[in-house]
Design a protein around this ligand. Structure first.
Ligand SMILES: Nc1ncnc2c1ncn2[C@@H]1O[C@H](COP(=O)(O)OP(=O)(O)OP(=O)(O)O)[C@@H](O)[C@H]1O
Length: 345
């Protein structure tokens, strides 16, 4: 278990203040927050790369706050991978071992297993400059894992990859997490990534943690307007699935592809919900009759709350359209969204 109590860090003008987190053993913890909120500073403080000014960090009850990085049992994989250009892939992967006492026989076996699991055996003699993004990533991951950390810290590991590799590495991370029992602590900006990987999450803003909990809970009950705005997806509903249909109370919602999990959630971004006075004659498959039960002024836009049977959908509407449509409380309105706008998790 990782326990962070009242942690403070000073970096120039920036302050990380009173950080308190508890992360269970073997969890997959995700840290999110706007740019500049202090996520990297927190990771670096945990890894022992920047000094702390207050509080402490313990792993399994052992206070590591003053220990040097190599004695913390924490592996870190940086956003830019930080591979050494003059070393081969093999040299990069084994680099960390020089700071760790280890049994050569066991480490050699582990090395072979890791390069096979990560599919990089054929790259061992290459230098980082000749590798693709995905290959650099796997090399960095192998380096962080070879020293057998209790915790692995990943700073936006998927952000530099194109969509195809992201999916692949995401699965790989999930698999490594499941098979090694290592606790993962990952920064990401990607909500679908967080939703598929995380067992727990924290949201940061301006150097403090503003919300912790299960990621789905954070989506459903943000607890503050900052978190609600940050997570952005406001239309989140529990649903059951059968083929390409999600059932939400008495509503049947068409979804982009067949989904076979019995229970789960669907989410639709408010900007993806179109409203009209009559059902739309178009390819939009989801169209439901409802009535307006709230309108909130958001500056350039109105946030319009529409009740449809057991659910309330939120749509973002420009002020011009609101006037054109004559929107008011009680107006009967059609809620429409494409199947591709339905996110499933
Ligand atoms: N060495 C430093 N000296 C001064 N200020 C720093 C230093 N390192 C970080 N900061 C500042 O601390 C703040 C938090 O930076 P940090 O890199 O942790 O943000 P982040 O949440 O990881 O952002 P991003 O999502 O963009 O990676 C920023 O304002 C940054 O400029």
């Amino acid at each position: 278990m990782i326990e962070i109590n009242g942690l403070g860090v000073e970096r120039g003008e920036f302050r990380l203040k009173d950080i308190n987190l508890t992360i269970d053993d073997g969890g997959f913890f995700v840290l999110m927050g706007p740019t500049g909120s202090g996520k990297t500073v927190l990771l670096e403080a945990m890894a022992g790369l920047v000094p702390t000014s207050d509080g402490n960090i313990a792993i399994d009850g052992r206070d590591i706050t003053r220990l040097p990085p190599e004695r913390r049992s924490i592996g870190i994989m940086y956003q830019d991978y930080a591979l050494f250009p003059h070393l081969t892939v093999a040299g990069n992967i084994t680099y960390g071992l020089r700071y760790h006492r280890h049994d050569k026989k066991i480490t050699d076996k582990r090395f072979r297993q890791l390069v096979d699991d990560l599919g990089i055996r054929h790259l061992l003699n290459r230098r980082p400059g000749t590798l693709s993004g995905g290959e650099m990533q796997r090399t960095a991951l192998a380096r962080a894992l070879l020293v057998e950390p209790r915790v692995i810290i990943l700073d936006e590991p998927l952000s530099a990859l194109d969509q195809r590799f992201r999916e692949e590495i995401r699965l790989l991370l999930k698999q490594i997490h499941a098979t090694t029992g290592i606790t993962f602590f990952m920064v990401t900006h990607d909500f679908s990534e967080a939703l598929t990987l995380a067992t727990g999450a924290a949201i940061m803003n301006s150097g403090t943690i503003v919300r912790t909990g299960a990621i789905r809970d954070i989506f459903q009950r943000p607890g503050s307007s900052f978190v609600a705005d940050f997570v952005g997806m406001k239309n989140i509903f529990p649903a059951t699935f059968s083929g390409t249909t999600a059932t939400l109370g008495s509503l049947r919602i068409e979804i982009p592809h067949a989904h076979h999990k019995a229970g789960g959630y669907i989410a639709i971004r408010p900007e993806d919900i179109v409203i009209s006075l009559k059902p739309l004659e178009s390819s939009i498959r989801n169209s439901f009759a409802g009535s307006i039960n709230g309108i909130v002024d958001q500056g350039f836009l109105y946030e319009v709350y529409i009740s449809v049977k057991d659910a309330t959908f939120i749509s973002l509407v420009t002020k011009g359209s609101a006037v054109d449509l004559g929107l008011d409380i009680g107006t009967a309105i059609q809620v429409c969204f494409k199947t591709s706008a339905v996110h499933i998790f």
